[in-house]
Design a protein around this ligand. Structure first.
Ligand code: NDP
Length: 325
């Protein structure tokens, strides 16, 4: 029997948390042979709701679920953590200035970074889902100097999956017929879903589509603005698909994949300034990832990547200016 893996979920009582916890407990995050302990971190007023979710988790009698801890204390939540899913964040509300948003999130991700630094297991892996995810990941990372910096990642897998699905629909193929999809840059409206390196059979996706106007004016904005379209249709933000993407991200990081998209600290590859947390094409094996190198970037892609990266640099400079990193 294997020792349980400690998985911490912040914002556990929220919409994404509700869609995420049951899949972690049923083995979809780490596989059908890995028992888990769940640590639910919430703000004090949401503890009761988290307890309700924990009651439902109990009622599933999941064979792999060995324990549940519910707490509003980051130290307790991250003590011995192996996998940290940072979902809870301060959402942007109407009329809120960007500085206020970043400041509020600094107040969340700084102490969480410190608690991870103090108590996490040596093999800790961190995925930030809460927005602005890339910059929140940077804040947490900068307050966890003893944790290898590459363990802090942010989620662009939902964008990646959305891109797969939109492209499959356009070409009338299965999502499994598409390889090498990449999201570059920030998890925001400036993100760049890249069809010039994605493959469908022996063609690039861009060749298979053969319609630059669709690619620019339809595909890219549809992927980038899908979140808003879902709010419009559902009357609530995407939660199950976001939780599913978080599962995919960590699952592939742990279990390996030939090609996916993850926002990770840049090592300077592809002209992305070192240190910012930007999305790249990566492959994973043995529990670590590396950037896929050697892709040729044409002028169109260069412009898109640079625009998204410029936004990340601006966010980094803003949190620096606020003394958050
Ligand atoms: P959700 O569970 O719907 O969303 C949580 C975060 O995920 C938000 O920042 C949201 O960003 C982000 N997100 C990233 N990608 C997506 C996506 N594709 N679709 C939707 N959301 C996405 O929010 P709730 O308000 O339901 O729940 C948040 C919970 O977090 C609350 O229970 C709150 O109490 C808790 N919280 C906990 C903290 C802690 O543990 N210390 C700190 C702060 C909050 P966006 O807003 O941009 O959609």
């Amino acid at each position: 029997t294997r020792t349980p893996v400690n998985v911490t979920v912040t914002g556990a009582a929220g919409q994404i948390g509700y869609a995420l916890l049951f899949r972690i407990a049923s083995g979809h995050l780490l596989g059908p042979d890995t028992p888990v302990n769940l640590r639910l971190l919430e703000i004090t007023p949401a503890l009761k709701a988290a307890e309700g979710t924990a009651m439902e988790l109990d009622d599933c009698a999941f064979p792999l679920l060995k324990g549940i801890t519910i707490t509003d204390d980051a130290k307790t939540a991250f003590d011995g953590v192996n996998v940290a899913l940072l979902v809870g964040a301060r959402p942007r509300t109407k009329g809120m200035e960007r500085g206020d948003l970043l400041e509020a999130n600094g107040g969340i991700f700084k102490p969480q970074g410190e608690a991870i630094n103090a108590g996490a297991a040596d093999d800790v892996k961190v995925l930030v889902v809460g927005n602005p995810a890339n910059t929140n990941a940077l804040i947490a990372q900068q307050h966890a100097p003893d944790v290898p910096r590459e363990r802090f990642t942010a989620m662009t897998r939902l964008d990646h999956n959305r891109a797969l699905s939109q492209l499959a629909k356009k070409l009338g193929v299965a999502v499994t017929d598409i390889q090498n999809m990449t999201i570059w840059g920030n998890h925001s409206a400036t993100q760049y879903p890249d069809l010039f390196h994605a493959k469908v059979g022996d063609k690039t996706a861009a060749e298979a589509v053969n319609d630059q106007a669709w690619l620019e004016n339809d595909f890219i904005p549809t992927v980038a603005k899908r979140g808003a379209a879902i709010i419009e249709a559902r009357g609530a933000s995407s939660a199950a698909s976001a939780a599913n993407a978080a599962i995919d991200h960590v699952h592939d990081w742990v279990n390996g994949t030939d090609w996916t998209s993850m926002a990770i600290p840049s090592d300077g590859s592809y002209g992305v300034p070192e240190g910012i947390i930007s999305s790249f094409p990566v492959k994973c094996s043995g529990g670590s990832y590396e950037i896929i190198q050697g892709l040729e970037i044409d002028e169109f892609s260069r412009g898109r990547i640079d625009a998204s990266v410029a936004e990340l640099v601006e966010e980094r400079d803003a949190v620096k200016g606020l003394g958050l990193i």
